[in-house]
Design a protein around this ligand. Sequence first.
Ligand SMILES: [Zn+2]
Ligand SMILES: [Zn+2]
Length: 465
Amino acid sequence: MNTRDKTLETRANDDITASTDADDPGNALSRREMLVLGATGAAALASGAQAQETGADAPAVAAGSVAGMPFRAYVRYGTEGSVEDLTLRDIKPTQVLVRSRGSCGCYTVTTSVLGDFPQQTPTIPNHSGMGIVEAVGEQVRRVRVGDRVLVSGTPWCGQCHQCLTGTPEWCNYLAPGGVPNDPIADMADGTGVIEASVIGGLSEIVVAYEEYCVPIFSDLPDEQIAMLGDTGAVGVAATSVYDPVQIGQNVVIFGAGPIGLAAVQGARAQAAGRIIVVEPARYRRELAVEFGATTVLDPNEDTDTLVDRIRELCAPPTDRLDAGGQIAGRGLISMRGADLVVEASGYDRYPPAVETGPDTTGLLALRQAWEVTAPGGSLVTLAVQQGDIAFPGSAFCLSGKRIYGGQMAGMNVMRDTARFVTAMENGSVDIGAIITATPSLEDVRPAFQGVADRTELGVVITFPA
Ligand SMILES: [Zn+2]
Ligand SMILES: [Zn+2]
């Protein structure tokens, strides 16, 4: 054990002592005493007071510096990308030092990992992680030293305008601009290194703002928890956050990558009626069936009639209007369609090594997704598209469809992550079955190449305990 490890262990033990002291009523502090003590001292001691008020254990407070700690990370620098030895800087009072166990690979960041464009500031790519809290800044309350924690791709502060007005997926702590993205470490030559999206993830250490940290109280494997920082959670959320699927309703999912397959599982868990999946790659269609899809369609087959086929599949069993029936309608004012449509196909940033759809921009799938949404139905758009899309004005304005621009599928990560964990524990959803690779830090590039090629699904970079 080196000196730094000893320091941290001592800190952890100090924290346990603080928790024990919390049982002592003599530790309660008045607001005036806290002011006299100052922020740092008060935070450590007030934890006992708060614990007495709430009956909870005191939050862990680590004091002192963590600067100088060595660790390794995948860094994009100039036109290079490689695993580098780094030296940690000190963390801020609102930040958490996480010893990584897993980081969920995401198609959105493939260019950041694999690209050879000049990166002016050395950057650790990716935007989620999970691991064990090793130190916390003096103002951190949500997590404690020793906690298992998810560093979610989306924060939740509970206090900003978005969090207070029902759009927590756009919590204003979300980078860029919400919080400073200062260097967390230095390269061997002294150049500062930042984390992409103030998270990074392809690193033995993640320094995260408290608002991005979700404590995890579960024994689920690390790689499954890591999937909840990004693709796994987004798919399940798509069926259960904006307009949750009701028993027997029809769901259509465009794209059966890790997000789409998690959405299939979510729809199944919500006891959807028909679950129709549109996906060009055969192996992904087969997995969709395994996870609960009732119909899978190849968008390359009869592309022009795809929308009509889906509408017919979603039709009620009668056209007798006095018996709950429905007429088909005409053209873009069709009455028929799905109650919930999830668009999770996206565009091909790289040419796939598997079958691809009829439109590599993803815009055709987006248009079709909107067309197969029933009047009164909901469309959740998740994927990153290339270019602009046109809709027929009148139908777009009048068709009664609810459209959700689904950054993180609308998740409130502090509220929803815990219930997803429970659903995984009771087997309602099986995010582990979507994971196809758990490479080490050394294999970041081939792993992300598999993501770019679409030959992999859930990819979690793992770090030995
Ligand atoms: Zn992502
Ligand atoms: Zn917020």
